[in-house]
Design a protein around this ligand. Sequence first.
Ligand code: ADP
Ligand code: MG
Length: 593
Amino acid sequence: MIRTTYIYIIFSVFIAIAPWVFPESLITIINYAGLFGLVSIGLVLLTGIGGMTSFGQAAFVGVGAYTSAYLSTVSQWSPWLTLFVGVAVAVLIALALGSLTLKLAGHYLPLSTIAWGLSLYYLAGNLQFLGGHSGIRAVPSIDFFGITIGSGRNFTYFVWIFVGAAMWLASNLLNSREGRAIRCLKGGRTMASAMGVNVPMVKLKVFVLSSVLAAVSGWMYVHFQRFVNPTPFGLNYSIDYLFMTVLGGAGFLPGAILGTGIIIALREWLVEFLPLLFGQSGNYETIILAILIIFMLHRAPDGLWPQLIKILNVKEAPKFTELNVTKEAPLERRNVTHFNGESLLVLEHVSKRFGGLQAVNDVSFQVKAGEILGLIGPNGAGKSTTFNLLSGVNPASSGKVTFLGQDITNLESYQVAALGMSRTFQHVQLLPHLTVLENVAIGAYLRCEAGYIKSMFHLERDQESQIISESLRMLKRVGLEKHAYISAGSLSLGDQRILEIARALCSDPALLLLDEPAAGLRLKEKEELAKLLDQLRKEGLGVLLVEHDMDFVMDLVDRIVVMEFGEKIAEGLPEAIQNNQVVLEAYLGSTES
Ligand code: ADP
Ligand code: MG
């Protein structure tokens, strides 16, 4: 079995000797692959993993290039100084664009980045101080401790050191607390918020990060090329960057390098070869490349990198395992224990309308510490909607929700989670490609604080160790520890529900909301679950349990609230509810039980 580390080593050796053995033309390709690769790494984070599409990356490259070209020629600043200015300008633009669009779902980011890409191109072409369409000439080379980064060879090392650093930083980031939050952006946003992740903020940070990488690439480009004009920063180049990333494998960092390498080499080769074939030049390479890309993506929809590692039988060394535990100290508890009987959650006359449908109508109840409250009712009664409005997923239309004495009616999901409420979902929300253990670790998000910088330099080892230990402890608690290192998607549906409970517990909540946790469980598993919930109740947790399975509910819960057609029709002890005429009619009247 080969490790990905070996591939990195082989590739580094290749880059180290390449300038000495290859002809100038090939070295130029390698140099450009590095420059484009840097942008592409940003796109892996943004698009492949974060699920956001930007058509403005080339424009961010342009910001880095133009800022540095202008300041280093007209103002004669050192290129090292202009690097920081260029990055700062890119960050400001990304912040402005991002904060306007990232809160909105849908096509706002692609559309606004298209507008941004177009406007930079035309702006640079029309501004006289930036040289208009003929651009800025005589840009100085970068000086690195007395070495001029001018020639092909020096530049190869220079650009690939940056690429290597970017890969290392990005890979560290993805394997961290913040990285797990980034991975939730695609398909797990509701869940991430419920675990305390401020989703729009994470999106903004990733967007800024990708624009920083693009600006750095532009900075290097302009000091290598020694001149700049608007052409390479237009919309078509942004599309190229996307193609390269997707072709290489947008979900994988090495895919960024693979994709850019292949496309740049192919294009170079086609540009030389096609005119010989057709007898005239005419940008045929663009058409051929497009056909090739469509063909390859048809064969390998996830890109070429996953195919390559399958063929070579390469395995990534797992990073998130008990073998990497260096510090055993448990994570700090987040909540002081609450005395039994204390009101944790209070709903007062809450209602929720969806257009013409009154999904929840004037519902009031309380959940206390040290009790399990069952919320039952026929399908469509409004139980899940109630869950969503009290956990901040959908705000209530009217009424008031109080948690631990604080009005949370209008708080966002991640803010409610931060106060100590954690939940599972009726339709499980997991990251199927991550391991069971990594999924549980998402629950620990609120109990740690390592941010982007610490994570990128992997300075949060101790904290990661603690998260691993804590997540394992939670898995043991729910009886899933033997599956810790398989992918979450390969668990049975019943076990996936149990995994969600472990994840919720990992956040050390005061109140646990469970939406139909016993669905799909076998009898024995249900008994185990009941035992666990009973244990949690004894520890002083409040549990709000939505469940269909009557036997499971009646034996376990302290009190029951019954809903039908969005209204509370009964509340009381299990025995009383079982003999309640209204409840019996509601249940007999519906086909579901
Ligand atoms: P339960 O969980 O008790 O089975 P739900 O709370 O899921 O019921 O649904 C209550 C009612 O609200 C149903 O009629 C459902 O179709 C409707 N509903 C739920 N969510 C939405 C939504 N996001 N938009 C519109 N209608 C919804
Ligand atoms: Mg439901």
